[in-house]
Design a protein around this ligand. Structure first.
Ligand code: UDX
Length: 436
């Protein structure tokens, strides 16, 4: 099928490449010349496993092209819109500027029978607002939220847990759902659940999923706070409750909490939208979820201060990690980088290393010292802080080797990802989060 993908950021670039991979003829459109130039060369503008190979294969096969000229979207059977919906500068709500601009630009190029599939994470009610302009051209709007996780984005797009399509409640909706079934045929044929809903449900599925995940993380971090005053170990607690299949162990990793381009802004936008709808109290707990999450960053900083005997001023602090999570070079709202910046603000000499995210982190925070080589970063440290659980630190860094590099063998494990007893046995003073 001929498809267009409007917006070639994280979501759009991966979606375009993955759709070409499964055999569609795809044109990616973005207003950013430099992004289009990079993608047209077959380079990935972000670190995402398998993306570069997939872009190059798509371009070589002729199935995948990129352009800044949206009129080239003409003739596609389905137009996916995957532009960003960041947090507004003046509040918690989502900024819909890019969504509205994308629809304004696309609508003049639509033909009767086209399907427009919104993928961006939007406040509930957005599809209903946009539908009349789309249907005035004879095209149909559906909302088809994306659940991809960074680091697994290619896999999550090709082989998703579920496909959700919100459609209008008339005949055009049924037809549009069939068109989307055809787009996702390989996954549908493998039995991937394909759920057809109304617009509001589809929009809510996305924010509800992210709100649930954020709540799960903040729940265990709240337990970490209680563990800290009682001497309990939150990692053992998570293991124990995680054996209950109704609870499950995943997303019960206590530590410095969640960040990234989705969870923080999505729960805030959801709370803001609920307020607008007169139902603020229904998701008031999301404010607590956010507050618990942000407190964990303070806690990590306090642990470093305490580990250094009360002050970090002019102490050498080595921070292992900058990305908001491993397998990503994304530093948007990264708890890791936030902890590093706060320590620098308190007068520490902060050296940050990360296997992928240094370029992005340095652009945002040039006041920090960035060192690509892990061992060089560790040399002379008065305290080491693990803030992103990359395998390079969690699995590959031997505590004996690390001890031979630092000035003082003191470590704060902001992700509870190290084997505390192995580090202690190698002479380290180990501090976890919510662990004695
Ligand atoms: C998230 C959702 O998982 C995905 O479905 C949605 O489409 C986009 O938002 P992503 O932002 O890629 O994906 O990251 P995710 O893997 O969910 O992790 C989010 C944050 O939570 C990271 O900072 C991670 O370190 C943190 N986290 C995760 C924890 O602190 N503890 C955990 O147990 C799990």
């Amino acid at each position: 099928m001929r498809l267009s993908v409007i917006g070639c950021g994280y979501l759009g670039a991966v979606h375009a490449a993955a759709m070409a991979h499964i055999g569609h003829d795809v044109i990616g459109v973005d207003v950013d010349d430099s992004k289009i130039e990079v993608l047209s060369r077959g380079d990935a503008p972000l670190f995402e496993p398998r993306l570069k190979e997939m872009l190059q294969a798509g371009i070589a096969s002729g199935n995948l092209r990129f352009t800044t000229d949206i009129s080239n979207a003409r003739g596609a059977a389905v137009h996916f819109v995957g532009v960003g919906t960041p947090q507004r500068a003046d509040g918690y709500a989502a900024d819909l500027t890019y969504v509205d601009a994308a629809f304004d630009a696309l609508v003049p190029h639509l033909s009767p029978g086209d399907v427009v599939a919104g993928k961006s994470t939007v406040p509930v009610g957005t599809a209903t607002r946009l539908a009349p302009t789309v249907s005035s051209t004879g095209a149909t709007l559906v909302w088809n939220p994306e659940f991809l996780r960074e680091g697994w984005a290619v896999q999550d797009t090709i082989d998703p847990d579920r496909l959700v399509v919100g459609v209008p409640t008339d005949l055009s909706g049924e037809r549009a759902a069939d068109v989307l079934r055809e787009v996702y045929h390989p996954a549908v044929a493998l039995g991937t659940p394909f759920l057809v809903t109304d617009y509001a449900t589809a929009e809510l599925v996305k924010v509800a999923a992210n709100a649930f995940l954020a709540t799960k993380i903040s729940f265990i971090n709240a337990m970490a706070e209680i563990a800290e005053v009682t001497g309990a170990d939150v990692t053992q607690l998570a293991d124990a409750i995680g054996h209950d299949v109704r609870i499950g162990r995943r997303f019960l990793g206590a530590g410095i909490g969640f960040g990234g381009g989705c969870l923080p802004k999505d729960i805030r936008a959801f709370a803001a939208r609920a307020e607008e709808l007169g139902r603020g109290e229904s998701v008031a707990f999301l404010r607590e979820v956010d507050a618990i999450n942000l407190r964990r960053r303070d806690r990590a900083v306090d642990l470093v201060i305490a580990a250094l005997g009360g002050s970090v001023f002019k102490k050498n602090v080595t921070v292992l990690g900058a990305a908001f999570k491993p397998h990503s070079d994304d530093v948007r709202d990264s708890p890791a980088l936030d902890v590093a910046v706060r320590l620098r603000g308190l007068g520490a000499w902060v050296t940050v290393t990360d296997p992928q995210a240094i370029a992005n982190a340095e652009r945002l925070h040039p006041q920090l010292d960035f060192v690509a080589d892990r061992d060089e970063a560790l040399r002379g440290a008065d305290v080491v802080v693990v803030v992103t659980e990359w395998d390079e630190y969690r699995r590959d860094l031997a505590p004996e080797h690390a001890a031979s590099l630092v000035s003082s063998p003191v470590i704060v494990d902001g992700r509870n990802c190290l084997d505390a007893s192995a580090w202690r046995a190698a002479g380290w003073t180990y501090h976890g989060m919510g662990r004695p």
